[in-house]
Design a protein around this ligand. Structure first.
Ligand SMILES: C[S@@+](CC[C@H](N)C(=O)[O-])C[C@H]1O[C@@H](n2cnc3c(N)ncnc32)[C@H](O)[C@@H]1O
Length: 229
């Protein structure tokens, strides 16, 4: 495997397009492997720098006194969920992932963090859409002390057009209704989202945390939105 070429480990076609797990050599030449996830036919993330996926969990856990029950929207490569599990105050994590193939690959342990998360005794992975779960209309049912959402790039730059509804004012209100008193709703975005910040702020006190990441010679600014109803 050379540095630039990624090999497909497994792939499937879903109603939203291709989903695939790929691996490539780590650019540091150590011989270790970087995993990549493709969803809806486009590169979604890799395991090279997962600092913002981890920060989503850390920033929300830091603000929540008793995060016993946690909902994670979007399994991805499992890094947010793995960080949640490092906090021993967390008793149970429900992960909702729309791509049933990815849930299956996680159960088979086809990427290391995915396997750790899917087999963990405090985790239940559910194949399904997070939108009805946030509306209280589908299993698993809340409330949760933490609701962590990383299902798309953010409302201004969607991968799945169908995810637009998750960021609507009605859906955000519904999501906040799933959060226990003293809990936190935290949303990851691939760029600052002023309209999302404004919409959340009309519902409850909201903080924006900006995170700078160096990637391929460029500085990228990611954002977290933390709302405490
Ligand atoms: C960028 S990845 C999440 C990364 C994750 N935070 C991590 O640490 O690896 C986004 C995930 O959300 C899933 N997803 C997209 N739309 C969804 C929806 N409406 N409901 C549930 N999962 C969804 C995608 O299939 C993908 O697995």
């Amino acid at each position: 495997m050379d540095d630039s070429a990624a090999e497909t480990i497994v792939a499937a076609t879903t109603p939203r397009g291709e989903i695939a797990l790929r691996e490539r050599a780590h650019p540091d030449g150590s011989g270790s492997v970087v995993h990549e996830l493709v969803v809806a036919g486009v590169f979604a993330m890799d395991s090279l720098d997962t600092s913002t996926e981890t920060a989503l969990a850390v920033e929300a856990l830091t603000r929540t006194a008793a995060p016993g029950r946690v909902l994670v929207g979007g399994l991805g490569l499992g890094f947010t969920t793995w960080q949640v599990l490092k906090d021993k105050r967390v008793r149970q994590v429900d992960v909702v992932e729309i791509e049933s193939d990815l849930v299956e690959w996680a159960r088979l342990g086809l990427a290391p963090t995915l396997g750790l998360v899917a087999r963990h005794p405090r985790v239940r992975v559910h194949a399904g859409d997070i939108a009805p779960v946030l509306a209280g209309a589908a299993t698993p049912f809340g409330p949760w002390d933490l609701v962590l959402l990383d299902v798309d790039n953010g409302p201004s730059f969607l991968v799945h057009a169908g995810n637009e509804r998750i960021y609507s004012p009605e859906a955000l209100r519904g999501a906040l209704d799933q959060v226990s008193p003293g809990g936190t709703l935290a949303i990851w975005a691939a760029q600052p989202e002023p309209d999302l910040l404004a919409a959340l702020s009309t519902l409850a006190p909201t903080e924006e945390v900006l995170l700078e990441v160096e990637r391929e010679g460029r500085t990228l600014t990611y954002a977290l939105y933390l709302t405490r109803p």
